[in-house]
Design a protein around this ligand. Structure first.
Ligand code: FE2
Length: 506
């Protein structure tokens, strides 16, 4: 868009805005805060990025024009682009603006105005040109922000020096409210569109989460709690009929509240989130969807659809080679997308990929949780075999879900400690969701020698600095998740040599 051409248009639009403000059918509509949920940006590309907000408050008309501005400077002295979007009641008055024609590898600031009010200012950036050599990439991974179980002190690490924040799932939790909670969910268990929208609004009212969104562009995948615990494809945890209606409502609210492009808008119960992003020739991101296309968990309890832990000898179905976590089309898409042209292949997905046995294998062949990759071992083997046989460089798997910091080797064969390490894994602890006791994790690590580190007793995130030779990881831990002002410290450091897979303690 040429800013010179849009200037007179904006004059007219300002009048339209003023007129719209005048017709808001609410006694004191001008006093109602309209940008209470903050701003966000996401899905950056070489020439664009998605800018998000959602109008709030009583008495909004069915359609509200919202202006957006992108500037080269924090003070908006040098405007790069302006435009307008319609916020519609049908989509919860969310705005997904998509400026195109921005310059690659540049930092920008953005804000919205509507109904006589202005939003907070967000900072974002575009991706480097494809094929360009990029010296460094700074990113943060995070997941699992149960509102009732902690404050979001971990998000204070989301500073504007980051190139990207990658969120790996469990943005909301669907549970009702617990009387013992640190801060309580509004409303009962979430199952319909109005309730999902309200749950996102409650989570997004948190100032630290808003600041994290305003600090850097996000890449996002979901896990189960954006819909409900342990769902698998078209099957709910309680085997309820009409689960796909619930999934449709949940996916719709998810799209409405995050900076996804319009092209990702869900159709009924379907929304495509798996995607790739290249960061010059330094890194290729593969963002996976481990929920929408998976087979149901193997050997469930009768009449129940959720997860459990199982002895391998009691559930041979677990080993069925036909079982899939990603679904056939996504598996093939990943297989075709591995890059030998990039220094790193960063696989952003929901959960721990390394095998994690919780019982002496002499008892029953080992005991595994059937909701994670351990419930789909043949699918994991297929994925890692491709990495091994095609010698895919710099594969680092990034996960969340299990509310524990793990650093692990991904081996070609987890039963053979001499088999080659083909990839590295970092799994982040939760932003606020509770976990196992540290004692329990400590007792299980000896059963899993490929897992070098496990800390479940701290909330936090992982920050990475990546260059062409090394990926350096800082495992960040909050002192006290009951305190929003708590200090955050580095609990451990690891480094991965690009040519030698496996995290090394630094
Ligand atoms: Fe979680």
């Amino acid at each position: 868009m040429d800013p010179k051409k849009t200037a007179p248009l904006l004059g007219r639009r300002a009048m339209v805005l003023a007129a719209a403000a005048a017709f808001v059918p609410h006694a004191r509509a001008a006093d109602v805060p309209r940008f209470e949920l903050g701003v966000a940006s996401g899905c950056p590309s070489e020439h664009g990025v998605v800018l998000w907000t959602r109008l709030t408050g009583e008495g909004l008309p069915a359609q509200v024009p919202v202006c957006w501005e992108v500037a080269h400077d924090r003070g908006f002295a040098r405007i790069a682009q302006r435009g307008e979007e319609l916020a519609e009641a049908a989509w919860a008055h969310s705005v997904h603006a998509e400026p195109a024609g921005l310059e690659p590898a540049r930092e920008y600031w953005y804000r919205f105005t509507a109904l006589g009010q202005a939003s907070a200012v967000g900072r974002t950036r575009t991706a480097p040109p494809s094929g360009a050599e990029v010296a460094t990439l700074r990113l943060m991974i995070a997941s699992c922000q149960h509102y009732e179980q902690g404050h979001y002190a971990a998000w204070r690490d989301a500073d504007p020096g980051l190139d990207l924040i990658v969120f790996l799932g469990d943005y909301i939790y669907e549970h009702g409210s617990s009387p013992l909670a640190l801060r309580r969910h509004r409303g009962a268990r979430v199952e319909n569109l109005a309730a999902y929208r309200d749950r996102y609004a409650q989570y997004k009212s948190d100032a630290l989460l808003q600041a994290a969104h305003a600090a850097a562009p996000w890449l996002m995948v979901w896990d189960d709690h954006e819909v409900e615990n342990d769902y698998a494809g078209a099957q709910g945890e309680r085997l309820q009929s009409h689960f796909l209606d619930q999934r449709a409502a949940a996916y719709r609210a998810y799209w409405e509240h995050l900076p996804f492009p319009k092209s990702a808008r869900p159709r009924g119960p379907d929304m495509r989130i798996y995607a790739r992003l290249d960061w010059g020739t330094l890194a290729r991101f593969h963002l996976l969807d481990g929920r929408q296309y998976r087979d149901p968990q193997a050997c469930p309890e009768p009449g129940y659809g959720g997860s459990r832990t199982l002895r391998l000898n009691d559930c041979r179905a677990l080993l069925d080679p036909k079982r899939t976590l990603l679904g056939g089309p996504q598996e093939r898409w990943l297989e075709e997308g591995w890059s030998t042209e990039h220094r790193w292949n960063l696989l952003a997905q929901q959960t721990l990929m390394a095998r994690f046995n919780t019982e002496d294998p002499a008892v029953g062949g080992g005991r595994y949780w059937n909701d994670g990759w351990d419930g789909y071992p043949a699918a994991r083997q297929r994925l890692l075999s491709v990495v091994e046989h095609r010698r895919i460089p710099g594969v680092v798997v990034l996960g969340g879900d299990v509310h524990t910091h793990y650093a692990a080797d991904l081996r070609a064969d987890f039963d053979d400690p001499m088999s080659p390490v083909v990839a590295s894994e970092f799994c982040t602890t939760s932003i606020s969701s509770r976990s196992w006791s540290q004692q329990r994790v400590d007792s299980l690590l000896p059963l899993n020698p490929h897992v070098h580190y496990g800390r479940s007793d701290r909330r936090g995130s992982i920050r990475f600095e990546v260059d062409s030779r090394e990926l350096r990881a800082e495992l960040r831990a909050v002192d006290d998740a009951r305190d929003a002002a708590s200090a955050v410290r580095t609990a451990a450091r690891f480094v991965v040599d690009r040519d030698r897979p496996g995290p090394q303690r630094a």
